[in-house]
Ligand binder design. Structure first.
Ligand SMILES: CC(=O)SCCNC(=O)CCNC(=O)[C@H](O)C(C)(C)COP(=O)(O)OP(=O)(O)OC[C@H]1O[C@@H](n2cnc3c(N)ncnc32)[C@H](O)[C@@H]1OP(=O)(O)O
Ligand SMILES: O=C(O)CCC(=O)C(=O)O
Ligand SMILES: [Zn+2]
Length: 407
């Protein structure tokens, strides 16, 4: 794609204003919804480490803490000696975020986890027929018994405890509700719902979480894989249905193609509650964090990444550019300035319109009548029909027009 240029600085009075909030489709007054009070469990250092290329060190914990996430989830201390030492080291950093370790719902793992100094344990066990048969071999009554023993143990150590079912959406719904009711009754802090294989649709998520909300009094954490592209939408509807916590990872890295990305969730949530998101999270840090993680796991930030993708705030077609110059809310639901990003107008294609060229002429400090700018725009379009133009090409055409006295 041809390079684009920022021509909006200084020519657009509404550059830093928030997008219009008068969206007629915005739901109002939904008493179940936690869209305005959700918490993030950032799992780059747990789920993210399960991404094929990942080899992450403890330094990321500080970055995530600076961003303002509520919890940082780390891998299991049972994984390796170094994993255990990393957990212990992160617990000593004095971060604001609570530190969790993610372990099997298994007394041995729980005891090891308690020794590390974490604030809490995220316990997990598969509940679908497939996982019960092929992962750990326990039936539902053994799962309930083990869960109660391990949860009681963690609570006796004064730590926060969450209990989650792997593969929740392919588990028997009645079994799941009975299990969660039992762990809620003994005072678990959170239950977790996990779409481990990314099969759930937003409607299934809404229905399951809304029903669960009526069955347990504790918090509800959610974890969505992105195999079918629904991870961010599912996280959002889960919050609408009464979930309290969402698991994320930077760029969504995790097993296979990963989970709800931190940046994508921020993009979704800022549109739903601008003040909650901007007051709580240091959004200007997002690009730096994503760039660090992308480099560490040897991937490029995708061009269409929400907010930080290379063209996330690039406007090209003339109709769009004209309206953006008048008011960015016309074609932007997110204000790039909220994330420390800039908007760009692409003005070197056959889709370019005269209003965009006029803005560039003015930015270059040149004077030209509207009629001449329209002729000039025709020239730029004709050139763009023949070859890809750069921003420099457009500027040269504009200047040569002026120098030739065609203004
Ligand atoms: C969906 C998810 O992402 S869940 C989180 C995944 N995270 C991890 O796997 C953390 C990294 N894992 C590891 O380092 C290792 O798998 C360990 C240390 C946990 C276990 O290692 P190993 O003993 O070598 O077993 P292995 O990995 O081959 O198999 C998994 C074992 O966990 C058992 N298991 C799986 N889930 C559970 C559970 N919730 N509770 C108890 N046991 C479980 C399986 O039965 C199997 O044990 P077995 O070999 O005695 O039958
Ligand atoms: O512990 C959880 O809730 C989620 C575990 C996990 O990564 C998954 O099921 O995909
Ligand atoms: Zn997962």
């Amino acid at each position: 794609m041809a390079p684009s240029t920022d021509i909006s600085n200084g020519i657009n009075g509404s550059q830093s204003s928030a997008p219009s909030r008068s969206n007629p489709y915005q739901p109002v007054g939904d008493f179940l919804s936690n869209v305005s009070r959700f918490k993030i469990i950032e799992s780059t250092l747990r789920e993210g480490e399960q991404f094929a290329n990942a080899w992450l060190d403890t330094g990321y914990a500080r970055m995530l803490d600076d961003f303002g996430v509520d919890y940082i989830e780390l891998t299991s201390p049972a994984a390796s000696e170094q994993s255990k030492r990393d957990i212990e080291a992160i617990c000593q950093l004095g971060l604001k975020a609570k530190i969790l370790t993610h372990v099997r719902c298994h007394m041995g793992d729980a005891k090891l986890a308690v020794e590390t100094g974490v604030d809490g344990l995220d316990l997990v066990i598969g509940t679908s027929d497939l996982l019960r048969e092929h992962s750990h071999g326990k039936d539902m009554s053994q799962i309930i018994t083990t869960a109660i023993d391990v949860i009681n143990y963690v609570k006796s150590q004064g730590l926060e405890v969450r209990f989650s079912s792997e593969d929740s959406f392919r588990s028997d719904f009645v079994d799941l509700l009975s299990l969660y009711k039992a762990v809620d009754a003994i005072g678990v802090d959170r239950v977790g719902i996990a779409d481990t294989v990314g099969c759930a649709t937003p409607r299934q998520v809404y229905d399951l979480i809304r029903t669960l909300r009526g069955v347990v009094g504790c918090d509800i954490e959610t974890h969505f894989h992105n195999d079918t592209g629904c991870a961010t939408a599912n996280a959002f509807v889960a919050l609408e249905a009464g979930a309290t916590h969402v698991d994320t990872s930077v760029l969504g890295i995790g097993e296979r193609n990963g989970i709800t990305p931190l940046g994508g969730l921020m993009a979704r949530m800022i549109v739903s509650d601008h003040d909650y998101v901007t007051n709580k999270y240091r959004l200007h840090k997002l690009k730096e964090i994503e760039d660090f993680v992308a480099a560490a796991v040897q991937v490029n930030v995708p061009f269409n990444n929400p907010v930080t993708g290379v063209c996330a705030f690039t406007h090209k077609a003339g109709i769009h550019a004209k309206a953006i110059l008048a008011n960015p809310s016309t074609y932007e639901i997110i204000n790039p300035a909220d994330f420390g990003m800039s908007r760009y107008l692409h003005i070197q294609s056959r889709l370019t319109g005269w209003n965009a060229i006029k803005a560039r002429v003015e930015q270059l400090g040149l004077n030209m009548s509207d009629d001449k700018i329209k002729l000039l725009t025709g020239k730029i379009k004709a050139m763009a029909d023949v070859r890809v133009l750069t921003m420099d090409d457009t500027d040269s055409v504009i200047r040569s027009y002026v120098e030739a006295g065609l203004d």
